[in-house]
Design a protein around this ligand. Structure first.
Ligand code: NAI
Length: 323
């Protein structure tokens, strides 16, 4: 087929690519012409192996599979918390980076009551700190070449919450705010950033799902959406997607029309109680995608002239400081 989606000469970094989803991403992109950095420190689903250390073998195995099939890949064994070293491997090996897939992840499932600081910290460190470290290191290259794609990996646990996963859910929801912000900061440099909440049979899910479920949840069925999102022809950015077992969907925020009170002494808890139904009524909902939307809404509702709150200006000013 002449129109096969391809990534020739693109350099793609995939974290946690020694197992599960990351491994399938790596094999797919390499089979379609990309040069791949296969990052994985080894270790078990909880962040360490039986000796408490990582081992490089899983990254090596994936690289071997790729090169045996005629593809191009190099291993990297750093923890994502040292993301700058992972990006350095891409630059040292291939001279550029086009796509970053932040996929590495672990679990420390425990109810809040029994959660230790260590259970919380390691999950934040791998998922949140790790995604920031790789993205921040890749950013100057993306900016300079005016092209870059980032996928950050969330989870339905992050989007909706899940029993026993307060740490993981918080870290996975953090991917949403992080990505939405990167999408805004990257827009003028043609850097596109999206969030994926996947579902796939892997060692992270093998103790949770029944064998029949594991059968239909092959990681391979998540790969095609990621393939499209990071392709140079795709302009999607700042979006949240779900992919599992052949089902693909997009998730967005919804705000009820709400209830507008006057900001004076009439604004009491009793007033809110009387109007609670309006606040939670989604019949005339809208789908906001920026803090400026809220400001515009308030200006309109209060019949204020545009920008009279000054907030829009402040927002722009703040952005100007960091770009
Ligand atoms: P997996 O356990 O099969 O693969 C994750 C890989 O990340 C492992 O090879 C592991 O060694 C590596 N890794 C862990 N910590 C690392 C670190 N600090 N630095 C470098 N590599 C590290 O897991 P799976 O299922 O493929 O998960 C991939 C991503 O998808 C994770 O972020 C996970 O939270 C997320 N996810 C997976 C779901 C599923 O249904 N499998 C559901 C929702 C989210």
């Amino acid at each position: 087929m002449a129109d096969q989606i391809r990534y020739d000469d693109q350099v793609i970094v995939i974290t946690g690519a020694g197992n599960g989803l990351g491994k399938q991403y790596a094999k797919f992109f390499a089979s379609r012409g990309a040069k791949v950095v296969v990052n994985d420190l080894g270790g078990n689903a909880f962040g360490k192996d039986k000796d408490g250390k990582g081992e490089s073998k899983v990254a090596d195995q994936v690289v071997k599979e790729i090169t045996n099939a005629g593809g191009v890949a190099v291993p990297n064994y750093d923890a994502v918390q040292n993301g700058d070293k992972i990006i350095k491997t891409a630059i040292d090996s291939f001279g550029r980076i086009d796509v970053l897939i932040n996929n590495a992840g672990i679990l420390r499932d425990v109810t809040l009551r029994n959660m230790t600081d260590a259970d919380w910290d390691i999950i934040m460190d791998v998922h949140v700190h790790g995604a920031m470290k790789t993205a921040r290191a890749a950013w100057p290259f993306f900016k300079k070449q005016k092209h870059g794609k980032v996928i950050n990996t969330s989870s339905s646990s992050g989007l909706f919450g899940n029993f026993g996963q307060a740490n993981y859910a918080a870290a996975k929801m953090a991917q949403v705010g992080f990505t939405e912000t990167l999408a805004k900061e990257g827009a003028k440099y043609n850097i596109h950033c999206n969030v994926l909440a996947p579902g796939a049979a892997s060692r992270l899910t093998q103790t949770v799902w029944a064998p029949e479920m594991m059968e239909v949840m092959k990681p391979d069925w998540v790969v095609p959406l990621v393939g499209v999102l990071v392709h140079s022809s795709c302009n999607e950015s700042g979006s949240i997607f779900e992919a599992a077992a052949g089902h693909f969907s997009k998730i967005r925020w919804e705000r009820s029309k709400g209830f507008l009170a006057r900001p004076d002494d009439s604004l009491t808890a009793d007033l809110i109680l009387r109007n609670h139904d309006k606040i939670v009524d989604f019949s005339e909902a809208e789908h906001p995608n920026g803090t400026a939307d809220m400001i515009t809404l308030l200006e309109k509702a209060m019949a204020l002239p545009s920008n009279s709150t000054g907030s829009e200006t402040n927002l722009k000013g703040r952005v100007a400081l960091v770009t």
